[in-house]
Design a binder for this molecule. Structure first.
Ligand code: ATP
Length: 279
């Protein structure tokens, strides 16, 4: 569904995207995980036709984004990082505008708006002004809006940034449901937990490059199953072990305070990039 070959994009001397090769299959839920400035938004903007490609080739649903930009864009629904709804308009009116932009007739628009608002559980707010909605409800409306023209791929740029944990989980359930109903999902996040919970495959992105790509479990297993943390002066040091027994044996042999825990995706990211992303 998404084919990316040798993608590059620079802003002056900054290589925002620095040679990305990637395939995402139809129906997959794929995540780009990386710290601020890693190149996640730039990649999504290129894939959805908002930012001009620097170098390389991108095809969405078989359509080349340079040679067939309209067809490629038609395959994409985008939920951008920042809320860009029209706050002075109602929920219905925001979806209406999007439907018109994609050439849907009034009957199609009415049916789709009701269907999608029921789907994201906002039908009772159809005539509410957007400025009266909470952050979580706005995110749900943005997902509905992105699905109006029935895209094959839904791009979500940091879909739960700034939301509290309970609301974040509701958005996660919605994203999973959209995928289970047949839409390919490409999301970016800097929340470890989000990538771990949602994605079948995760790419770690750092300084515009993919530094690892696999299932969350395989990325964690590359280090071991168990971790022992101990303070070394000011710094925390972590050792990894294949079994709990080995980890416990090592922990018992240390003089200073240690703690034993399961390996997580943060460990894998940290060991590959030397950096932390949020958990
Ligand atoms: P964040 O989580 O903060 O959104 P990100 O991983 O999405 O980060 P990008 O926004 O793609 O990262 O930025 C990648 C790099 O490109 C950063 O160094 C950023 O400052 C730079 N950059 C992005 N857009 C522009 C622009 N329009 N002009 C100049 N530099 C840019």
């Amino acid at each position: 569904m998404i084919h990316i070959n040798q993608l590059q994009k620079s802003y002056g001397k900054v290589k925002a995207v620095n040679g990305i090769d990637l395939r995402v299959e139809a129906g997959e839920l794929f995540a780009f995980l990386g710290p601020n400035g890693a190149g996640k938004t730039t990649t999504i903007r290129i894939l959805t036709g908002l930012t001009r490609i620097g170098y390389g080739e991108v095809r969405i649903g078989g359509h080349d984004i340079i040679k067939a930009p309209r067809e490629a864009k038609r395959q994409c629904g985008l939920v951008p990082q920042h809320i860009n709804l029209d706050s002075e308009l109602s929920v219905r009116e925001n979806l209406e505008i999007h439907g018109r932009l994609f050439g849907m007739d009034s009957g199609q628009r009415r049916r789709k708006i009701e269907e999608l608002l029921a789907y994201v559980e906002l039908l009772d707010r159809i005539d509410t002004l957007v400025k009266q909605l909470s952050g979580g409800l706005k995110r749900r409306l943005m997902i509905a809006r992105a699905l109006m023209h029935e895209p094959k791929v839904l791009f979500l740029d940091e879909p739960t940034v700034g939301l509290d944990p309970a609301i974040r989980r509701r958005i996660w359930s919605l994203i999973k449901r959209v995928q289970q109903d047949g839409t390919t999902i490409f999301l970016t996040t800097h929340y470890i937990e989000e990538a771990e919970f949602l994605a079948a495959r995760v790419a770690f992105l750092d300084q515009g490059k993919i530094v690892a790509l696999d299932s969350p479990q395989a990325l964690m297993d590359s280090l071991g199953k168990w971790a022992v943390d101990q303070m070394n002066g000011e710094a925390m040091q972590t050792q990894y072990f294949a079994s709990r027994e080995e980890a416990a044996k090592f922990a018992a042999s240390q003089n200073c305070g240690v703690s034993l825990r399961r390996v997580n995706l943060q460990d894998a990211f940290l060991s590959l990039t030397g950096k932390k992303v949020l958990s």
